[in-house]
Write a new protein. Structure first.
Length: 449
């Protein structure tokens, strides 16, 4: 397939703009929820007088404790958060199956947006908390993999803009991540948690409107392959490529098993152990995630510009090499946080936290976009959505790990806990460097340009 002549959106196809701005509002709802969820559970929902009113929560706690033993409130909140975010990144496998085999990608994405809207509305009721999480998990899963595949189809197989396109998509999405903590976080921490969740529902309605408005600028969908229709068997090269893609997930999972702890136990730790005084105010914890969004956008812009400059010289790293760099940056970020926690005689100065997020956020562009671009380039066409969904599901495995690691926070203490996560990211770096030649050998026969 030749390089698309459509360069209307900063040198990229116009459809990328509609998909990216759909994700602005989907990201707003998701990151608003992410900013509030741990604080909401620890600060209200899991406390006596509230816990008892949540349908099914007692049974969920009993089930979790039957597997891993008794849990404190913080450990239970961490486990629920990890399960929620993990399942958000597991259900894209179901969404991919619906997109490929049943509804088609567009209908599946629309259904996902409706379910997410209902989920955020349900969060306004304590009793419906678990139902709300289920609706959000299903809705996000129906959107993620299908939309990522639609981005990949905007580009030809040999179009060098593909990885940068995923980077731009991530950049625009982070407009929502930047604004959500300010809006949802401020409403939740000052007026009431349910106001923050309600605003997230409005954001999902906006996402759906933008997506439907831009559908005509997206490539035609391939025919839905019904279950009764026989498919051509995968070739030997197809299976080799699939194995190569699965190996590429390993360093990515290790990197994000560290990274996502910044959104799980970090806000709980920061509430009591970070000096949040600035400009004569004590800033809400959720406002730190606004800085996180700004730093992420800056990191994406810097990364895309660097890749473009290196590409002009023929020296741009491959996708697996980029993931290795991301692992190194994530390890450095957690080492900074561990050092700040270990050396502070009282509350940790805010400068340590800001330095942590700068390094962590600059790592994002080196992780997720390269993996998605690698999958969209090398996955067998008949399994494109499934493989993209598995790539997203690898984030689920990382989040399940994050939730489980939360059990050790109170036992280890903050410095050792953050240093543990630096070590996990270093392991990802070693895995990327060791597996890179094997992965390239497995997928090279599918390279068409």
């Amino acid at each position: 397939m030749e390089r698309s002549a459509d360069t209307a959106f900063f040198g990229h196809p116009r459809g990328l703009a509609y998909l990216a701005f759909t994700e602005v509002w989907e990201g707003f709802s998701y990151y608003g929820m992410q900013a509030l969820l741990m604080l909401y559970m620890v600060g209200q929902l899991l406390r006596p007088g509230h816990f008892e009113h949540v349908a099914g929560l007692g049974q969920l706690r009993a089930g979790l404790e039957s597997i891993g033993g008794p849990m404190t409130t913080i450990a239970l909140a961490s486990q629920i958060f990890g399960l929620y975010v993990g399942l958000v990144n597991t259900t894209p496998l179901l969404g991919g199956w619906l997109g490929d085999r049943v509804l088609g990608q567009t209908r599946t994405i629309v259904l996902g947006a409706v379910l997410m809207t209902l989920g955020h509305l349900s969060m306004t009721s304590e009793r419906l908390f678990l139902l709300a999480l289920l609706l959000l998990v299903l809705g996000a899963g129906f959107i993620k993999g299908n939309m990522a595949v639609q981005i990949g189809r905007l580009y030809g197989a040999d179009d060098p803009r593909r990885t940068r396109g995923f980077g731009i998509y991530m950049l625009v999405r982070n407009i929502g991540a930047l604004s959500a903590p300010l809006v949802c976080g401020t409403l939740g921490e000052t007026l009431g948690w349910h106001y923050g969740f309600g605003v997230a529902a409005v954001a999902m309605v906006a996402a759906l409107i933008i997506y439907l408005a831009g559908r005509r600028h997206l490539p035609p969908e391939p025919p839905v392959v019904r279950l009764s229709v026989a498919q051509a068997p995968l070739t030997r090269d197809d299976w080799r490529a699939i194995l190569g893609l699965l190996l590429a997930f390993i360093p990515f999972v290790l990197m994000f098993s560290a990274v996502y702890q910044a959104y799980t136990l970090f806000p709980v730790w920061a509430t009591d152990h970070v000096d949040r005084r600035a400009w004569g105010l004590t800033i809400p914890v959720t406002w730190i995630f606004t800085f996180d969004g700004i730093a992420t956008m800056a990191g994406i812009l810097a990364g895309v510009r660097l890749w473009r400059a290196l590409d002009a010289r023929g020296r741009e790293p491959g996708d697996i090499g980029k993931i290795a760099i991301g692992c190194a940056m994530a390890a450095t970020a957690f080492a900074i946080l561990a050092l700040g926690a270990a050396t502070a005689s009282g509350p940790v100065p805010l400068i340590w936290v800001l330095a942590f997020f700068v390094m962590l956020d600059f790592s994002f562009i080196w992780g997720e976009p390269p993996l998605k671009a690698f999958v969209s380039r090398h996955a067998p066409p008949a399994k494109a959505t499934i493989m993209m969904s598995l790539a997203i599901m690898s984030i689920a495995l990382a989040n399940f790990t994050v939730g489980w690691l939360g059990r050790f926070y109170e036992r280890m203490g903050a410095p050792e806990f953050w240093l543990l996560h630096a070590g996990i990211a270093v392991t990802g770096l070693v895995a990327a460097l060791m597996l890179r030649p094997i992965i390239h050998k497995l997928v090279e026969r599918r390279v068409t340009g």
